[in-house]
Design a protein around this ligand. Structure first.
Ligand code: G4P
Ligand code: NA
Ligand code: NA
Length: 191
């Protein structure tokens, strides 16, 4: 997606450890116009899938997920990283290990928000090792809902998450695919 690649090129910053900082439009300050374009693009790429729910994980997945839900006219659920005191036992959960932060978070979605009749689209801001995505897939399966696919804003194609998803026969759409962050430079993957 051209507008997204331009934003990454012009506003992104490569940090040590193969980390791309995009906190001026995605991870801290949010560019709502770009997020809306991102939502429309996901809807285009998953047309005909009759999506009934969009799910993501707090916090940075929420902006692109909400825009996708807005365009589709369907609810958006964000998995919580802490079990809210108001959440009773009727919740699906999954453990998500973060390599960047070297810690495990348990994520929670209340059971009543996903049913076997749902066609679920998973959205996230980044795909690196794929741990967050795997956690959400586990929850969709536990709910016996139908997984339509996974929509990612920025895929780090040199990390194992993307291959894991496609090798499992899951429809993956990434709006920007990064081949490398070597030498402080963003190189996009050619189609
Ligand atoms: P994974 O989810 O794909 O397995 O990735 P990993 O464990 O490595 O990443 C942990 C967190 O770091 C995730 O956010 C993920 O989105 C984010 N992340 C991974 N690579 C990058 C990167 O190059 N740049 C940025 N900005 N973030 C990256 P999180 O902990 O869930 O935090 P939140 O921002 O969603 O609250
Ligand atoms: Na993040
Ligand atoms: Na995220």
């Amino acid at each position: 997606m051209k507008e997204l690649e331009d934003a990454i090129k012009n506003k992104g910053q490569v940090l040590p450890g193969n980390i791309l900082k995009v906190n001026s439009f995605l991870n801290h300050q949010i560019d709502p116009t770009l997020m809306y374009e991102i939502g429309k693009e996901f809807v285009k790429r998953f047309a005909d899938d009759n999506i009934t729910k969009v799910i993501t994980v707090e916090s940075s997945g929420i902006a692109p997920a909400v825009m996708t839900g807005l365009v589709l006219g369907v609810p958006v659920i964000f998995a919580r990283k802490k079990k809210p005191s108001t959440l009773n036992d009727a919740a699906y959960s999954a453990d998500v290990y973060s390599y960047t932060k070297q810690k495990t978070n348990r994520i929670f979605i209340e059971k009543k928000f996903i049913s076997p009749n749902d066609n679920v689209l998973i959205i996230d801001d980044f795909l690196a090792n794929g741990e967050a995505t795997k956690g959400m897939i586990k929850i969709v399966k536990a709910a016996q809902a139908h997984l339509v696919g996974v929509g990612i804003v920025i895929e780090k194609s040199f990390q194992p998450g993307a291959d894991w998803i496609t090798n499992h026969g899951i429809h993956l759409e990434s709006l920007a695919r990064i081949a490398s962050l070597n030498d402080n430079e963003v190189t996009f993957k050619k189609d």
